[in-house]
Design a protein around this ligand. Structure first.
Ligand code: PAF
Length: 293
């Protein structure tokens, strides 16, 4: 549906804006011309997973606007923020490959002016899983995504299902705050061996990279045990934890069956249930999830 695809070279670099005022000018001109706007918020270090969000946006929107902002508010460990990969020139090449129309890459000062003192907090959904292990993380996510949605006012905004809890938090936040954008989840993109794509995978050593696909393999086997053999979630979790430890995962934060809407723990699969996992290989924290029923 992208207008650019028919009007210009596919490899043309997207325009880059750094201020909210420029972003609003461009987006409102497009909207006046009748275009539907799709927003793809990211923190950069773009990979196929991000590009799949842009391709999905191009199916239902005339204009795809990617954002890159490494949001300090959502990092619970300062080392993680400092180590977060940043390469805007490479990201721009990737955006050109898929024909994104615009990159909004604000400075921290543009996003958080002096005396910034407002936060968005989503209760309930943020209490377990990553919310329990990364205090303050979802407050930072909800705050920055609220700002990005209000800055661009897109018709639709796209988020990967790999961060499934984040997706649900953003959907609830947009609904509760009457933000007039549809929040759309897009399926996780995986390597051939099953490892979910993530900007953090580049920090894995060779042996950790070899062990990493075990996370998804273990979740698939847990799902099979529960659905085909009637094993309880607790028993499947104990089996999964043992196998992850044997594969070299040092800390397993959670490996749990939950319902997909309220993210409440379940003892057995019911309709719309999903396994959620977070575990560490050395200094790299991997998360993943798998629909079970
Ligand atoms: O998923 C991410 O990359 C980030 O959490 C997001 C949604 C861009 C907010 O900073």
């Amino acid at each position: 549906m992208s207008r650019e695809a028919t009007m210009s070279e596919p490899q043309r670099r997207p325009g880059v804006v750094r201020s909210v005022a420029e972003l609003r000018d461009l987006v409102s001109a497009w909207r006046r011309g009748g275009d539907r706007i799709g927003l793809i918020p990211t923190m950069g270090a773009l990979h196929e997973g991000h590009l799949s969000l842009i391709r999905r946006a191009q199916q239902s929107c005339h204009r795809s606007v990617a954002t890159i902002f490494v949001n300090p508010l959502q990092f619970d460990r300062p080392g993680d923020l400092a180590a977060y990969p940043r390469d805007e020139a490479l990201d721009l090449e990737r955006l050109a490959e898929v024909g994104a129309d615009l990159l909004f890459a604000p400075t921290p000062e543009e996003m958080y002016p002096p005396n910034f003192s407002t936060g968005v907090m989503v209760a309930g959904l943020t209490e377990g899983l990553c919310g329990e292990h990364r205090p303050g993380h979802f407050g930072g996510v909800a705050t920055v995504v609220t700002k990005l949605l209000l800055q661009a006012l897109p018709d639709e905004a796209f988020f990967g299902e790999k961060d499934f809890q984040q997706l649900r938090v953003i959907q609830r936040m947009a609904r509760d705050l009457n933000i007039p954008s549809e929040i759309i989840g897009v399926e996780t993109v995986r390597e051939a061996d099953g490892l979910a794509l993530s900007s953090r995978n580049r920090h894995l050593s060779q042996s950790q990279r070899a062990a990493a696909p075990t996370l998804y393999a273990v979740m698939r086997e847990m799902a099979r045990r529960m659905t085909d053999e009637g094993e309880s979630a607790g028993k499947a979790e104990a089996w999964g934890r043992r196998h992850l430890s044997e594969a070299g995962f040092e800390k397993i934060e959670y490996l749990e069956l939950r319902d997909e809407e309220k993210l409440q723990p379940l003892d057995a699969p019911v309709q719309n249930s999903r396994l959620f996992a977070a575990a560490w290989l050395g200094a790299v924290r991997l998360i993943d999830n798998l629909k079970v029923a």
